[in-house]
Design a protein. Sequence first.
Length: 193
Amino acid sequence: ELKQIADTFIAGNHDWTAIGKSSAESFNPSARSAIEWTHNKLTSESKEFLANLPLKGQTKSFMYVHSTPYEPQVWEYIFTTFDAETSFEFFTQPLCFIAHSHYPAVFTLREDKDITAEVPLHISLVNGRRYIINSGSVGQPRDGNPYACYGLLDTDTSRYKLMRVEYDIAAAQRKIVDAGLPPYLATRLGLGR
C-alpha cells in the first residue's frame, strides 16, 4: 500500500471530485460515471484520507502539485511552453512535479530564460536550470503508449528517467466493463489516450 512507502501525498482532481470537494461538471459523461463508481467504492477511511490531502507539497528542492503551482484547485493543464512559463513564476524550487495531463514531458527553464519542452527517456538535470516534470500516469497514459508510466529521479546523480511498465491491459479492460463502467474507458486504456 502506498501509505506505507511514500512520504508525500497530494490530491488530484479525481480524488477531490470523488469525495465531493470539486465539481464533476467539467468531466465527460464516462469520467463522471467513473467518479460516481469510485465515490461508492471508497471506504469512509479512504474518503477521510483523500479529504485531508493538500493540493501542493514542497521541500527545499521540490514542489509537487497535480495540476499547476498556481490555483491548483482550478485543475488547469500544462501542455505548452507558454503554459509552463506562467507556472515557473509560482514556485522557487529547481523542480516541480505535475501529473494532471497524464502526458509525460519535461519543461526546462534555461539560464537565458528560454523554455524548452521534450519527452526524454532520460535527462541529466543541469544546475542553475529549473524544471517542470510530468511523469505521465500509471493508470491512464495519454501519449499513445498504453503501458503504465512513471518517473524516477536519482537525487544523487541528478538524473531523471521515464519508466514504462507492461501489464495485462486486456484484464484491466475486462474489469472496467465487468464493473459496469462505460466501455469507452476500457477502449481508451488500450489506446493510451
